[in-house]
Design a protein around this ligand. Sequence first.
Ligand code: IMP
Length: 196
Amino acid sequence: MDLIFASNNKHKIKEINNILGNSFRLLSLSDVNIDEDIAENETTLEGNALAKARYVHEATGMDVFADDTGLEVEALGGRPGVHSARFAGENKNSDANIDKLLLLLEGKSNRNARFRTVIALILNGTEYLFEGIVNGSIIDEKRGSQGFGYDPVFIPENRGLTFAEMDLDAKNRISHRARAFEKLRAFLVQKEIPEK
Ligand code: IMP
């Protein structure tokens, strides 16, 4: 079964290929000759994921899914949320994003936060949404050098290490993205069983 993942991020595509297994041939945006950056102007993760999936579905007529992720911090009313990548500016600088986050949390005792991934799937013209969440907290200094984004300041619930101190396999076993994609995989596998 051919399925487009509305992304050109090779690392993500490889990671998702591992999760989805052999029943699916995953195509990237460049595989279907879509080279432009698809706009992410919506105000929610769901809105952005759906907008990307719809854009690609309209352009190709094919089955497609798209994802969007945000860090939601309780004491900041859910910010940076849908603005996580560009929290400190258009150049998507992770260090600047973390610095801004730590500044806003200075002196705050509530450090609860969560990563949330939303996947929008369009299959045979019908839209579906899947969600993956990992709860945790924000520490007040960076620790670790693995991963990306906000990983150095995020400690998942019931763990002592930041995401940036874990190896990739350990992070992928519990991450928001892995949880959302596992739901997508389970759904697609069940859809593949022919009706009797
Ligand atoms: P995207 O929707 O996957 O592009 O994620 C948007 C932004 O959320 C990224 O640019 C990062 O700042 C942040 N983010 C997403 N996933 C992670 C993660 O696993 N660790 C740390 N930051 C993340």
